[in-house]
Design a protein around this ligand. Structure first.
Ligand code: KG4
Ligand code: ZN
Length: 333
């Protein structure tokens, strides 16, 4: 089964082709034009997706020397994400599936991030597991019982972890997206340089709150001034990053112990963070928990994870609510 995956939920235009579990090609074009605005401009994102999507699709096909006629199904991100950006990918994918008379699968983006952990063939990962999802828009601890069977145990009550990285980077003039820059500066910094407060949410020990953290950074920068900030940038980044990783670690392992979990999976852009990977791996080892991360290139938005989820939907005979009647479903019985 050859599945074409399309991802356009935010500022990455991505096209991938999977043959069963093998990634034949995964192309990602990150829209750099947003950098000068310090964040994603939704209208520009949609326009860039429109410009890039047909070229990337052709490039992906050319790269593995196949034609559209070899594609068996099309999987496209249906959300969550920027509405205009999503519509570009969905319309393009639906148009293709209609013209080719092949199934169309509308994929949940967060589910895609979870499934990125299955992209490596020899990972040995199986359901069930506990999953920490840490992206630019979401922070959730999810009990993944099986494919499509999820219990959300905790979530951020305000900013997502990735947003906390991005907002601090903006305060520190490190550009967008901020996570990779803070990760990089932190490598030469002292995480104990400044103690940023670790917020606890009264309602639930599995919930997170990150908005106070960026406010704390804002006040510190205002109080100490830019010169001090520039002189202590690596230490400041390392201390801030440590607070985020510490909060994520505390709640996740608390839930892992409470639910007696033997397998932990990390998903989303922030899963690429080097400090998070080290801290989580160490703690999991101490507790005898198996831990999985996607390889760094598949942590952030990519179409391979969307195609992989589409493939799983087909295997599990799950058709999508966004299927249009004119597009035939797979023979599901
Ligand atoms: O999953 P993703 O690509 O997009 C969403 O679905 O939101 O996540 C993007 C987020 C951004 O906030 C970005 O700053 C963060 O992931 N990120 C990182 C790193 N790489 C990306 N955060 C911390 N360290 C990184 N190395
Ligand atoms: Zn994402």
């Amino acid at each position: 089964m050859i599945v074409l995956g399309i991802e356009t939920s935010c500022d990455e235009t991505s096209v991938a082709i999977l043959k069963d579990d093998d990634i034949m090609v995964n192309l990602i074009s990150s829209q750099l034009l947003h950098q000068e605005y310090g964040g994603v401009v939704p209208e520009f994102a949609s326009r860039e997706h429109m410009r890039l999507l047909p070229c990337l699709t052709q490039k992906a096909l050319d790269q593995i020397s196949i034609s559209l006629n070899n594609i068996d199904a099309i999987a496209v991100t249906k959300g969550p994400g920027l509405m205009g950006a999503l519509l570009v990918g969905l319309s393009f994918g639906k148009g293709l599936s209609y013209a080719l008379n092949i199934p169309f699968l509308a994929v949940n983006h967060i589910e895609g991030h979870i499934m990125a952990n299955f992209l490596s063939r020899d990972s040995g990962l199986n359901f069930p597991f506990l999953c920490l999802i840490v992206s630019g828009g979401h922070t959730q601890i999810v009990n993944v019982k099986d494919f499509g069977d999820y219990d959300i145990l905790g979530r951020s009550v305000d900013d997502a972890a990735g947003e906390a990285f991005d907002k601090a980077a903006r305060i520190l003039n490190l550009g967008y997206p901020g996570g990779p820059a803070i990760d990089e500066f932190s490598k030469n910094g002292d995480p104990t340089f400044h103690y940023f407060p670790r917020a606890k949410v009264k309602r639930s020990r599995a919930d997170f709150s990150f908005s106070g953290l960026k406010t704390s950074m804002l006040y510190l920068v205002k109080q100490k001034g830019q010169e001090w900030v520039q002189g202590n940038l690596p230490d400041l980044c390392a201390s801030y990053q440590e607070a985020i990783v510490d909060m994520l670690r505390t709640n996740t392992f608390l839930m892992a112990k409470e639910k007696n979990i033997s397998t932990l999976v990390i998903a989303g852009g922030v899963a690429a963070n080097s400090r998070l990977r080290r801290v989580f791996s160490k703690e999991a080892k101490n507790l005898g928990i198996r831990i999985f991360f996607p390889s760094p290139e598949y942590c952030t938005d990519n179409a391979a994870m969307i195609a992989r989820t589409g493939l799983e939907m087909i295997k599990h005979k799950i058709s999508s609510s966004l299927n249009v009647s004119a597009v035939p479903n797979l023979p599901l019985n």
